[in-house]
Write a protein that binds this ligand. Structure first.
Ligand code: SF4
Length: 64
């Protein structure tokens, strides 16, 4: 599964990092989302799906 971020929408809330820190980080400068990998599988993919639902700015999406 591919992970897609829309940095323009991101408000730096950090929910994605709390949910899956192996995939998401936050930029030092402004706290916006930083993608560590854009290909995920298995349980990691499940948590990324959860993060897309939790993101308050709808800045995350996925594609198969
Ligand atoms: S949860 Fe959404 S708004 Fe918050 S840092 Fe992650 S992508 Fe940005």
């Amino acid at each position: 599964m591919r992970v897609i971020t829309d940095v323009d929408r991101c408000v730096g809330a950090g929910q994605c990092v709390l949910t899956e820190p192996s995939v998401f980080d936050q930029r030092e400068e402004d706290g916006t989302v930083l993608l560590l990998t854009d290909e995920v599988r298995g349980e990691t993919a499940e948590r990324v799906r959860e993060a897309t639902h939790l993101c308050p700015a709808q800045a995350l999406s996925t594609s198969d």
